[in-house]
Design a binder for this molecule. Sequence first.
Ligand code: ADE
Length: 241
Amino acid sequence: MKIEILTLFPAMFDGYLDESIMRRAQERGQLAVQMHNIRDYAAGKHRITDDPPYGGGGGMVLKPEPLFGAVEAIERAADTPVILLSPQGRPFTQAIAQELSQYPHLILLCGRYEGVDERVRQHLVTDEISIGDYVLTGGELAAMVIVDAVTRLLPDVLGAAGAADNDSHATGLLEGSHYTKPATFREWAVPDVLRSGHAAKIAQWRRQGALRRTWERRPEMLLTAVLSEEDKWFLQELAGD
Ligand code: ADE
């Protein structure tokens, strides 16, 4: 997977991409990230990338020329997504991370200031994504979120095969509890079933833990989750308590 990031602040990405799983994925050739400074595509001695909006109203708007110049300088297939990060985009979800992880090449365009010239939206980008209903100073953090969520879904990036399959949200449910050693910590013991070695009972305990946590914290997710008859019985019991 190659991800190209267009930003006015490439140095913001240093650090995050140089550690842990993002670093390992790049070292193994599973991920290649290339930064492009939008300012390099701005004309004139001062390389201006923003201007006040026509009609007034304050704030600054990213100019179209450097953004078109930066994207058009990238060699890309006709179906390569060109994604603008902005609070007006479609809300990012695990399903969108899955969708994006299928492409060999992504282009992420980080907005700034009050926004971008509308012609960028109309004639340059193919998608617009928001990472949540709050306003950041720019799209850089959002781009990092997308790089992270997509990279961990790429084949063999996570250690254990299928480690992402049971993630919260991947199954349509939140994950239940996890425990590790010690078996007793400050008088708080790990549930016996997890130490029983009984695989079927452990699987049932985990499933019920996921259902309980989802019911408690994100009940609306149960409306779209794929549920077995046993799951439904368990939820009915929970609701009756
Ligand atoms: N830029 C500013 N706020 C944003 C958000 N919530 N998501 C994506 N990009 C943004």
